[in-house]
Ligand binder design. Sequence first.
Ligand code: 4IA
Length: 405
Amino acid sequence: MTPAPHATAAQPTSDADPFAPDHLARPEPLHQALREAGPVVHLTRYDVHALARYQEVRAALVDWQTFQSGAGVGLADFRHEKPWRPPSLLLEADPPHHDAPRRVLRDVLAPPALHRLRQTWRAAAEELVDDLLASGRTEFDAFDTLAKAFPLRVFPDAVGLGAEGRENLLPYGNMAFNAFGPRNALVAADAPRVAELSAWVSAQCTREALAEGGIGARIWAAADRGDLTAQQAPLVVRSLLTAGVDTTVHGLAATLYAFATHPDQWQRLRQKPELARVAFDEAVRWQSPVQTFFRTATTDVTVAGTVIPEGAKILMFLGAANRDPARWTDPDRFDLGRDPSGHVGFGMGIHQCVGQHVARLEAETLLTALVKRVDHLELAGEPRRHINNTLRSWASLPIRIRPAG
Ligand code: 4IA
């Protein structure tokens, strides 16, 4: 047998397919096996190098010079394969090209820029929860009624999207996150809608489509100031629409799932509602809504004694790193008492999630509204996962609540 082109002789290997439905539905056993196999594991099926330990994942994330994003952060190598859409100017770019779009998005999504949204989002969260409680229902699908409903109520308005076609946002995101993986059945299932959904998203990114005063208009204002070109502006808006919807929906679902399965932690939040933001970060650590991302080696690089050759794809298991027992005490426990900072659920380094303040504000406003009005919550049935190549996502989350006396 001749060695695979991107493997070193002594390196641990695995023929597991992390993108197979069983692993996607329940990734923990594979994560543990990969962490235990070694710091770098050659995945023979895709000829990629897997990192599943916290230390190596974090080191790769912060070393953008050696582990580039410009060749794509999915399995596809943009140097040899045509991307399914024009590459993201942020996610799929390296310095110096990455920097101007990043600066613009950083500024429009920074906490001071979000300040004006807080009152509106708080009111929207209270109305959502009040309406739910007023209906008298104590059992419902928290995925539909809260995790999906809340971001879809506040985020498209904040961006300045038109009213038409918003139902396309989640399917578009689902497709984009599947596209980071291999061309498996999940990607094939999305294929019939690629053209239609891409055309709709592109149409929302024009200056004319975006309401005055919204985040989208602020991106266009940056173009007017010369901080971006008119060609870049719509692609920066596209990043907002790709990365900003499914992630928060499934991140909020993860948070609600965490509380429904850890009722003692809900009591803790009731005592101290200011823990809402920590709770969200701990849920992002614990569930890692974005499970995996790739990089490409710009040079032969030695990671913990293993040579990864130039041009090889590196698969980083964020979810595995976030539960690495070498980094976290009792990693499988959702625990408001720990300090979750340092988790890699938002990435790390120059590409670290630029929208994380938006996500935290959504979580804070929704949890705060909920914790004031709900004494107890628990699962009311078996939650159902939705399978996606990259996102740890949900189809339903049945819960039962006891409204506050
Ligand atoms: C983009 C990592 C993930 C949340 C993400 C997806 C798409 C984009 C950025 C980030 O299209 O720029």
